[in-house]
Design a protein around this ligand. Structure first.
Ligand SMILES: Cc1ncc(COP(=O)(O)O)c(C=O)c1O
Length: 415
């Protein structure tokens, strides 16, 4: 049905009848806060029919839904399918691992893939040690705990518009849509977090032990801080002994044209959080850090004080290793594709934020436009507190013709 390099082909209305029927079943059985059938969206669009499509398969930048419609995924599945969906090398590595050892025992008994991955992460990031997890939020939790261990202080500085995940520790530092995300839980979130303005004046850090920041805000609207701001933040942290954490869950693994976002500004944090595109589709994450930061935890006393059942899952480790290997040949071409595409967008009068293939197209009513684009065969999400941009994070090896067809659809949707 697809080579992975195809432009959209729709055979039903969007969503089609099979998607609608499945979403009815989903809505009956899933917590209503999760199913993406939202009154909020319906009212913003002035239309009641806002069901999602149900995915059946995916390859490269293409997604096929249960009605047989073919889409181009301009999100890479929330930035996960960095080397494209179902990359053959990544699938092969995962299948091979599934057939030999799908599970080991977290901190108690490791296997060799975990050790190889930790060595590979050290080689690619330049950070000495890591704590593996299963989600981006897991990585953030590990990074925040590392900050507490290393600095000895409880105070944390986070930034408005920053998104770090929704588990309790991560939620406490998530400034994006704070009222909505934190509101119902605010009395269980502690009082250790202060918020600064992303890209703005850096507050007094004397009471702060950990500073957590995205080098480019993703969900917050693809916002790049002013040049030098991250460097100033790093200097201020150093001056007071605060631990600097870069949350590179979104920006990591080639998304911005370099392996990691920090390389653009040449500012090294103490700890960096990785996730999303790390394993091309398997839920795995890491908090990587300097030896000084990680060794602040002290040695295990037999009972690991930070672990989880699936820590270092071998299938995830094998897929991450394969993904990193594919990225070696994909990342060097990201900037070229991005510059070419940016040029086309500029020619057609669009204002674009971001870096590499992490782009935000400034547009009125991005929510409605994204819905319209779905109806034309493109999966794309709005971002920003006011949904002020269309966020584009396609697979890093997206095909030129897929990008051009997206532009044509965007033009048609805009007029
Ligand atoms: C920068 C950043 N950090 C952390 C997270 C949380 O990751 P997860 O949803 O895998 O927990 C996200 C998710 O979008 C993110 O963009």
């Amino acid at each position: 049905m697809t080579t992975g390099a195809d432009i959209p082909a729709l055979v039903t209305d969007i969503p089609g009848p099979a998607s609608r029927a499945l979403i009815d079943r989903l809505a009956a059985r899933e917590c209503p806060a999760i199913t993406a059938r939202r009154a909020r969206r319906a009212s913003a669009l002035g239309a009641a029919d806002d069901d999602p499509i149900v995915w059946a398969s995916a390859l490269g930048a293409n997604v096929i839904d249960v009605d047989g419609n073919r889409f181009v995924d301009m999100t890479a599945g929330f930035g996960v399918a960095s080397v494209g969906h179902r990359h053959p090398d990544v699938v092969a590595a995962g299948c091979k691992q599934l057939q030999t050892l799908p599970h080991v025992m977290g901190d108690a008994f490791p296997d060799k893939t975990r050790i190889t991955l930790l060595e590979k992460l050290a080689e690619k990031t330049g950070f000495d040690r890591a704590i593996l997890g299963s989600s981006g939020a897991d990585g953030v939790e590990a990074a925040l705990k590392t900050g507490r261990m290393m600095s000895g202080k409880s105070g944390v500085l986070a930034f408005g518009g920053g998104y770090h995940g929704l588990s309790y520790g991560a939620l406490a530092v998530t400034g994006y849509h704070r009222e909505a995300f934190q509101g119902p839980f605010i009395d269980q979130l502690g009082h250790h977090v202060e918020y600064g303005k992303f890209g703005g004046k850096i507050p007094d850090l004397s009471q702060i032990g950990t500073v957590i920041v995205e080098p480019i805000q993703g969900r917050g609207g693809i916002v790049v801080p002013p040049p030098g701001w991250l460097g100033e933040l790093a200097d201020r942290c150093k001056a007071v002994g605060a631990v600097l954490v870069f949350d590179e869950v979104y920006t990591g693994f080639g998304r911005t044209g370099d392996w990691f976002g920090f390389e653009h500004e040449n500012v090294r944090p103490d700890v960096m959080v990785l996730g999303k595109g790390m394993a091309g589709g398997f839920p795995i994450s890491a908090a990587v850090g300097t030896a000084e930061a990680m060794d602040a935890w002290g040695a295990s006393q037999g009972e690991a004080i930070h672990t989880q059942t699936f820590l270092g899952n071998p299938v995830g480790c094998a897929m991450a290793l394969a993904t990193i290997n594919v990225l070696e040949s994909v990342i060097p071409k990201v900037n070229e594709t991005a510059e070419w595409f940016r040029g086309l967008l500029a020619e057609r009068g669009y204002t674009v934020r971001g870096r590499g293939l992490m782009m935000g197209i400034e547009i009125n009513n991005a929510l409605a436009v994204s819905r319209g684009l779905l109806g034309r065969g493109f999966i794309v999400l709005p971002a920003g507190e006011q949904a002020e941009v269309l966020a584009l994070t396609p697979p890093l090896n997206v095909i030129d013709s897929q990008l051009v067809s997206f532009l044509d659809a965007l033009d048609a949707e805009r007029t």
